[in-house]
Design a protein around this ligand. Structure first.
Ligand code: ME8
Length: 514
C-alpha cells in the first residue's frame, strides 16, 4: 500500500483549571517539532491541540475563584493559546471541548457505543480521585498518616455512590491484546508498551462513564440527568478536531491520527480506553500513541505547594523562545523524564547555539562578505576533507528521518549537531582566514563548503529552532521555497548575493545584580 501523504498529530488537551506550566509547553514544543519536520518533508500535516474543559476539577477551581466553570475555561484556554503562540506552536486547530460541535461529536460516539451494546445502566460505588478524574479499587488506595485516603498517584480519593452508565471495557481485553500484537508500533516507547500490555492482561473491569452529581459536561443522549465521564469526552476531541460527527468534513480524511503525543501519566487512557471506545463505535483506531516523560525542576516534581512551578512565559522572556525549545528537545531524550535548571540551559545556549552554530555562521559569512564580494563564492575541486564534511551533511536527513519516524527528536538533533561540531573542526583545520593571502582560490572553496554545510544544518534545524534557522537561511540567501527537505540535495549557488551577516544567537549573559 502506498504511504498516504497526510500526517495527523495531536497533543493531549490540557486542563485549563490553572495557567499553563512548563510540562504543557514541553509537550507542545515537541509535538510542534514533529509536525514541522513532516511538513518540511512534504507531508500534508494536520496538528491539533487544545483544552479539556469539563469535569469536577474545573467546577471546584471555578468555585474557589468565584466564577463559573465556563468563565474559568474561557480565561485559561486563552492563556494556553497565548502560550502556544509565544512558543511558535504551528497548530492547525485549537479545540475547546466546550464547543458545540464537540458535544455533538461525543454524543454521536456514545450513541454508536450504545447501539453496539456496550453501554448499560447500573450503580456505582468506589473511590474517586477528583485530581486524577479516575476511580480506583479499594486495594489501589492507602490511608496515610494524615488519615487521608489516597490513590496510586498520591491524590486524595473520596467515596462516591451513584447511578452510572458503564462501558463494557471487559469485552475488549482480547481485542486490545490483538491490536498490540498486530501493530507493534501502537505504543511507544517500549517500556510503556510493556506496561500497558501487562495492565490489560491483568484483566479489564467495565468503566463507569457517567456522573449525576454535577452538570458541567456533555449530557448523555436521552438521559440528561447524566453527564459523561470526562475521559470519554476528552479523548473524543481527537476526532472532533478533524470534523466528526460530520464525516463529509474536509478534514475527516486525516483520521486515523498518525500519533497522539501525550505524557506518561495518561498512557492508559490513550492506549486502552480510547481504542476500545473507537472499536465499539466502529471508527478506525489511531495508529500510535507516544508517551513522553515528565519534567522536573532541579530534579523535583513541580507542585503549587513547593512553589517551584516554572512559568513558560518567564522562561521564554529570560532565555528566548528558540533557546528554550532547543534546550528541552536536545537535553531530554524524548520518552524519558528530564530535569532542568538554569546552568544546564545557559550551557546549552552558549555552547551549542552561540558558540558552535552562531559563531561558525558569523565568522564564515563575515569572511564571505568582506573577501568574496558579499556573494556565495565559487569553488575549485573538492579535497578529501571537503568531500567528507559534505557527505556528512548529506547524511543528516536520512538519520533525522529515521529518528523522527519514532519520535526520537533528540537523536535527530544529535545527528545535526554532530555535523555542527565537525564543521567547526573543518573550519578550524582549513583556517580560511590564513588562506586569504596564501591561496585565495582554496579559501573560496573552504568558504563555499562551509556555507553549503550551514545551509543543510539550517534547513534541518528548522523544526527545533524555527526563527533562528530562518534567520540563518536569510543570511545564506536561501529563497523561501528552497527551505524544505526536497531542496536538501541541491547545492548552494555560487554568485548568490548575501545580505550582511547578522548574529543569530547572542550569548546568554547573567544580568548584572543591583
Ligand atoms: O492530563 N512534564 O491534562 P493536563 C511533562 N486533560 N509533561 C507534563 C507534566 C510535566 N511535569 N505535567 C503534565 C490532562 N504534563 C488531560 C488530558 S487528553 C484527551 C486529556 C502533560 O493538563 C500530561 O502528561 O493534566 C499531559 O500529556 C499534558 O501535559 C496535559 O496535562
Amino acid at each position: 500500500m502506498a504511504q498516504r501523504n497526510s500526517f495527523y498529530i495531536t497533543t493531549a488537551i490540557s486542563y485549563p483549571n490553572g495557567a499553563p506550566h512548563i510540562g504543557h509547553a514541553y509537550e507542545a514544543i515537541a509535538t510542534d517539532a514533529l509536525a514541522r519536520f513532516q511538513r518540511l518533508d512534504g507531508r500534508d500535516v494536520f496538528f491539533l491541540t487544545g483544552t479539556d474543559e469539563h469535569g469536577l476539577k474545573m467546577i471546584q477551581t471555578a468555585q474557589r475563584e468565584g466564577m463559573t466553570p465556563a468563565e474559568l475555561a474561557a480565561r485559561n484556554a486563552g492563556r494556553f493559546r497565548d502560550m502556544d503562540d509565544r512558543f511558535g506552536i504551528s497548530y492547525n486547530r485549537f479545540i475547546r471541548t466546550s464547543e458545540e460541535q464537540h458535544h455533538a461529536s461525543v454524543q454521536e460516539v456514545w450513541k454508536r457505543m450504545q447501539a453496539n451494546g456496550d453501554i448499560y445502566l447500573d450503580s456505582y460505588s468506589g473511590w474517586y480521585s477528583v485530581r486524577d478524574e479516575a476511580y480506583y479499587a479499594e486495594d489501589e488506595t492507602v490511608v496515610g498518616e494524615d488519615q487521608v485516603r489516597r490513590g496510586p498517584q498520591g491524590t486524595p480519593v473520596e467515596w462516591v455512590e451513584e447511578k452510572s452508565y458503564f462501558f463494557k471495557l471487559s469485552a475488549y481485553q482480547d481485542k486490545l491484546l490483538k491490536l498490540y500484537e498486530e501493530q507493534p508500533d501502537f505504543i511507544g516507547p517500549d517500556a510503556r508498551r510493556n506496561e500497558v500490555i501487562s495492565f490489560v492482561k491483568g484483566g479489564l473491569k467495565d468503566l463507569s462513564v457517567s456522573r449525576t452529581t454535577f452538570d458541567w459536561g456533555v449530557k448523555v443522549p436521552g438521559d440528561p440527568e447524566h453527564v459523561m465521564y470526562v475521559w470519554v469526552d476528552a479523548l473524543t476531541n481527537y476526532i472532533t478536531g478533524v470534523g466528526f460527527p460530520d464525516e463529509s468534513d474536509k478534514n475527516w480524511h486525516y483520521w486515523p491520527a498518525d500519533v497522539h503525543v501525550i505524557g506518561k501519566d495518561i498512557i492508559r487512557f490513550h492506549a486502552v480506553y480510547w481504542p476500545a471506545f473507537l472499536m465499539s463505535a466502529g471508527i478506525p483506531v489511531q495508529k500510535r500513541v507516544y508517551a513522553h516523560g515528565f519534567l522536573f525542576n532541579k530534579g523535583e516534581k513541580m507542585s503549587k505547594s513547593v512553589g517551584n512551578i516554572v512559568d513558560p512565559f518567564n522562561l521564554a522572556d529570560q532565555y528566548g523562545v528558540d533557546q528554550v525549545r532547543y534546550f528541552f528537545l536536545r537535553e531530554v531524550p524524548f520518552g524519558s523524564d528530564g530535569s532542568y535548571n538554569h546552568e544546564a540551559i545557559v550551557n546549552r545556549i552558549n555552547a551549542d547555539l552561540a558558540n558552535d552554530l552562531g559563531n561558525l555562521a558569523q565568522r564564515s559569512l563575515t569572511m564571505v562578505a568582506k573577501q568574496c564580494d558579499g556573494k556565495v563564492p565559487g569553488h575549485g575541486a573538492f579535497s578529501e576533507t571537503d568531500s567528507t564534511i559534505l557527505a556528512m551533511a548529506d547524511g543528516m536527513i536520512g538519520q533525522a528521518r529515521t529518528a523522527m519516524a519514532s519520535q526520537q527528536i533528540h537523536q535527530a538533533l544529535n545527528a545535526v549537531w554532530a555535523v555542527v561540531a565537525e564543521a567547526n573542526r573543518y573550519f578550524a583545520g582549513e583556517a580560511p582566514w590564513a588562506l586569504a593571502k596564501t591561496d585565495p582560490a582554496r579559501q573560496k572553496t573552504v568558504l563555499y563548503v562551509t556555507a553549503e554545510v550551514l545551509r543543510q544544518i539550517a534547513i534541518l534545524a528548522q523544526p527545533a529552532i524555527p526563527t533562528a534557522a530562518a534567520k540563518l537561511l536569510d543570511i545564506l540567501g536561501i529563497a523561501e521555497d528552497q527551505r524544505n527537505f526536497a531542496a536538501l540535495p541541491t547545492r548552494i549557488v555560487p554568485g548568490t548575493p548575501l545580505p550582511a551577516p547578522a548574529p543569530i544567537f547572542p550569548r546568554y549573559v547573567e544580568p548584572a545584580t543591583a
